[in-house]
Design a binder for this molecule. Sequence first.
Ligand SMILES: [Zn+2]
Length: 622
Amino acid sequence: MKKIPYLVILISTILGCKSLQNTSEVSQPTVANLDLVNVQNDKVEVVIDPARFTSETTTFYIPKTVPGTYSEDNYGRFIEDFKALDYEGKEIQFTAVDENSWLIPNAENLDKVSYWVNDTYDTQGEGGVFSPSGTNIMENQNFMLNLHGFVGYFDGLEEQQYRLEIKRPENLIPGTALTLYDTSESQEQEKTDIFLLDRYFQVTDNPIMYALPDTTAFSVEGMKVLVDVYSPNKVYSSEDITPGIKEMIAAQKRFLGDIDNTDKYAILLYLAQAGQQDATGMGALEHHTSTVVVLPESMPKPALQKTMTDVVSHEFFHILTPLNVHSQEIHYFDYNAPEMSEHLWMYEGVTEYFANLFQVNQGLIEEEDFYGRMTGKIETSMNFDDTMPFTVMSRNILEEEYAKSYYNVYQKGALIGMALDIRLRELSNGEMGILDVMKKLSEKNGKDRPFQDEQLFKDIVALSYPEIETFFEKYVSGTTPIPYDEFFNKVGLELTEEEVNTSYFLKGQTPYVDINSETGELFFRENITFNSFLDELGVEGGDIIKSINGTAVNQENAYNIIMSSLSWEPGTEVTIVVERNDEEITLAETAFQPQDKELKLVDQSLDESNSKVQLRRSWLKD
Ligand SMILES: [Zn+2]
């Protein structure tokens, strides 16, 4: 998964296997019917028809959480009018156990269950569900079928086959990595698509986006890539973004070398409309053979292309981990009683690191650009507790206290990857890096051989060097902050800090403010340092901005107001009304050029033959 703060996106737009009970007679597939034609009140009717039960009772579940999201989303909240029906079509009594589960007695009589599904995209605040794992129902236009939001499973039947039957308007076609088993014309202007899936996991692992046809396909070294785009105002088509994606995936394949992966990959891009009740969680979620990406339709083309490169490359590298290399917690994923692994530093951190490293390795970006990305991550990671062991945070990520640190997996998580990479290069005289270790792990484990959570560090040490054990003990499971300057020194770089000019609300492309996606309020970010102007003004982290120079601020105009501040001349009077602890406070100050500190990585200007320079070359270019 890759989450991007909403305002960061907006700003960048301008600037630039469980043991089974044998509960059913024969292995008939569970049939799931979705009716995308007869949408009622923005809801879709779903019917799930399992094989006949031999057990006395059964429980039907909609997932509480799904792999890759690291949050409890309770998709059962979006289900209404649940019914259990016997073979004569009569309703059977059932008990709604909690938001996501329904206990049905007399299971021998159960023919099927039916219910109506509400989508997340136009629910207030999306019910806290991250858009790339959410659902969209827009009659005759778009259906984002993250299937875990539509199709549930019966206790003990998760490993049985599924047959998906999706009735849809003739003009909307499925964008997915799945292969169509059959399409039939049920009525005029209606078609029914049939997909066969081996088990429930595949249902959740294969999103389908129904929209008007806009697919571009290409092949890279034997892998077929599909790019599907939904752009409500037809601002972009799949052809607009495909060239950049093609160049990037080709570079990723070269970077990865002989790692065996999928022969088909689908990129489903949903472009959301700003200022409307629509998806606001920007970023993407990974699957084995596809990814769902959500971005604003208002992004200028260069920004969209760059963001697609960063986001899709991140998702594509997830093929390595957690999709290939993962622990038992992930392999035997419990959709309704999830256990979290300790190793987010690897699943998300190393993935994010690779998504940056491959770009400099393959010449898509310059070294300075790569350094800037790493120092940016150091700065952002300093907004979080640098002594919190990553393994503890990871295991407890579903708890509120730790969930707040999730964004740090892309920051410090990636930096753990970087520091480990440098250390491995140092110990091996440049011969071995973290990609080599990941390849070895992938050979040892692979997608059907999960590791034991507590075994991973030992495995990596065994595959590399004894010294790596200390690295893990100190910087990953321990409380010691990573001494970045020591690591950079190994490769002839020096970490320095300089004063830089900033805008009033932005440092480079990073805003000092953010939007609360649930309330739409603009606020000053917490746990960060502000520029000299905001300091002088008396701003505190968490302050909600009510008005700026007399103009009331809301989600719709926040972006324009911040942009107009770019033209404030020194000497202009600035008045900002903020809400702090339920009290309105007026802050006023005469504008002056704001300054802030920025980390910079500089070359130590060593001779080309210096061993540090050679180590740097093997780190970045081998
Ligand atoms: Zn990710």
